[in-house]
Design a protein around this ligand. Structure first.
Ligand SMILES: *Cc1c(COP(=O)(O)O)cnc(C)c1O
Length: 289
């Protein structure tokens, strides 16, 4: 059975700012689900892996950048649940912690130039078209089955929140959260904090999966994907040392920074409750310059 026990407690974040403004902010520790199949990545992979198994496909083929948490999660999950795995990595061959651990989990790494990488289906078809044992998983594990897995987070909540905040790359996780809230009949508003510099691409991507209501906050990408500055790094240092909860500069720090910034600007009335999703991905810290 392809299953992981979910250990993802909700912790209140005691902070003088939140106290002063009368806002309660909690964090759901999806980062504690697994060290490598971390955060939203287990939720995104769960039904995808089950679909592969049901189709008797034992070779997972997927895609990611050199610092991809999705590649890492897929490599570990493949090893754990009895699949082989191949990861197409964007760009020239490099060495880092992510790829080293992918390799240890037995993932075959194939580096491809950025132009060929753009056509992932094409790459897959070219290499595995006649291979009935292979199974295509899109970059970041994006898609409807992944959103379904993410929607289950909402069922684990034991109290209602006015707002849920989540970092967004492909937007699949946010789409799943919207789906979960709608199904549960909650009035909770889901907020997406894009980590890429976007021009509305995300609204479209989320809209393809889910037509529920959500809010986008496009001013917290800090220059784009994996970009950060001294302000963000200072924020990570302060938050981590104040609360004993680590954030990574690619995803979760941008989401948490957005919450602090909006609370500071009085975007929420007194008495508001906010839940932040810690989507994991802490190995990303090794990419911090
Ligand atoms: C992959 C990832 C995300 C983005 O998830 P999407 O479903 O692609 O939006 C957010 N946070 C972390 C830590 C991640 O690794």
């Amino acid at each position: 059975m392809i299953e992981l026990p979910i250990f993802s407690p909700v912790e209140v974040i005691p902070d003088p700012l939140f106290e002063e403004k009368g806002i309660s902010v909690s964090i759901k520790r999806d980062d504690m689900i697994h060290p490598f199949i971390s955060g939203n990545k287990w939720r995104k992979l769960k039904y995808v892996l089950r679909d592969a198994e049901a189709g008797q496909r034992h070779h997972l083929v997927t895609f990611g950048g050199a610092f991809s948490n999705h590649l890492l999660a897929t490599a570990c999950a493949a090893a754990k649940f009895g699949f082989r795995s191949t990861g197409f990595v964007r760009g020239e061959r490099v060495e880092n912690a992510h790829l080293k651990i992918c390799d240890l989990f037995g993932m075959k790494l194939r580096f491809v130039d950025r132009t060929s990488y753009r056509d992932k289906r094409g790459l897959y078809e070219q290499n595995y078209h006649f291979d009935e044992d292979s199974y295509f998983i899109d970059e970041g594990g994006a898609g409807d089955l992944a959103a379904e897995g993410c929607s289950e987070l909402i069922g684990e909540l034991t109290e209602p929140y006015d707002h849920i905040f989540c970092a967004a790359g492909t937007g699949t996780t946010v789409a799943g959260l919207i789906r979960g809230c709608e199904r549960a009949g909650l009035k909770t508003l889901v907020h997406a904090v894009p980590v890429l510099k976007g021009d509305g691409y995300l609204r479209e991507e989320i809209g393809k999966l889910e037509d529920g209501r959500f809010e986008l906050h496009e001013n917290y990408h800090f220059g784009g994907y994996a970009k950060s500055d001294s302000e963000l790094i200072g924020f990570i240092r302060k938050f981590s040392s104040d609360h004993g909860i680590l954030l990574d500069q690619v995803y979760t720090a941008k989401m948490m920074y957005a919450i602090y910034d909006m609370v500071r600007r009085d975007s929420f009335p007194t008495g508001t409750s906010i839940l932040a999703i810690h989507t994991g991905g802490l190995l990303g810290i090794t990419g911090l310059k």
